[in-house]
Design a protein. Structure first.
Length: 271
């Protein structure tokens, strides 16, 4: 019988993860079966227990359960602890190991797939929630000149910046603190794009040749990317590549082999 894996979330029927991991399994010759599981909003732990009890080997965790997954894990990796959230669970005989592959996914997409170096750059990260927290440490590991964290509630941004201060040059502010400044890489880690909205970003934030990156993705450009293209961003990228790259890292954690991602990204773009 194939080893069983799943993505657990609510909602989850839209997830591309089953198709991604099926493609990874075919390419690497791994005998796995991967499916989507809808967990009740008040039943995440029970859902995980049932899947694990039925022989599940591991699970990806998506919204809104990443914080609950962190609490559930009996062991966590350093990057999961830094993020304060878990998106990858591995089930051992007596332990549940929690990991976070979101940051690796973002970095690999920006630096490898898009060919943009982060070192020495001025980086703006918008948002101070779980998505931002999950990528802050990995972004700082790439040695930007400065990472500016902007949020509608400035206190949340400054608090998060202080938490990560030991990892590299990071500062927090409100959006009004961006006036008159420009950046080389601007990453939208807010959920505004889900509602077709924009973070309250001032004009003029894109430096020469700047990359605008939205962690959300869809068949059309997000509202943020449309706005960025009209206000000076030289390159636009959505989060589909990040999704595939974080999935590849989860696959490596579970199976010990990293699948090639470019063919899967191309498959999803074409589909």
């Amino acid at each position: 019988m194939s080893d069983q894996y799943a993505v657990i979330g609510n909602p989850v029927s839209h997830s591309k993860s089953p198709a991604i991991h099926a493609a990874f399994a075919r390419a690497t010759g791994q005998d796995i079966h991967y499916r989507a599981i809808l967990a009740p909003l008040d039943g995440f732990w029970d859902t995980v227990d049932a899947f694990r009890g039925a022989g599940g080997k591991g699970a990806n965790v998506t919204l809104p359960f990443k914080l609950e997954a962190f609490a559930l894990a009996s062991e966590t990796t350093e990057r999961a602890r830094a993020a304060g959230a878990v998106n990858t669970l591995s089930f051992g005989l007596h332990a549940v190991r929690g990991d976070n592959t979101d940051g690796v996914g973002l970095i690999r997409d920006i630096e490898i797939n898009l060919g943009v170096d982060i070192a020495g750059k001025h980086v703006l990260l918008m948002g101070a929630g779980g998505a931002a927290r999950g990528v802050l440490g990995p972004l700082l590991e790439q040695r930007p000149a400065i990472l500016t964290l902007a949020n509608r509630t400035p206190a949340r941004a400054t608090k998060l910046a202080r938490f990560f201060a030991a990892h590299g040059p990071v500062e927090g502010c409100g959006y009004d603190g961006l006036q008159g400044r420009s950046f080389d890489i601007v990453v939208n880690a807010t959920s505004a794009s889900l509602a077709g909205d924009l973070p309250p970003v001032p004009e003029g934030i894109f430096g020469a040749g700047a990359l605008a990156y939205d962690m959300m993705y869809g068949r059309e450009l997000t509202a943020f990317l449309r706005w960025a293209g009209q206000h000076g961003a030289a390159r636009l990228a959505d989060g589909l590549g990040m999704l595939v790259e974080q999935a590849a890292e989860s696959f490596r954690v579970w199976r010990g082999v990293r699948p090639a991602t470019a063919p899967v990204i191309a498959m999803l773009r074409a589909g």
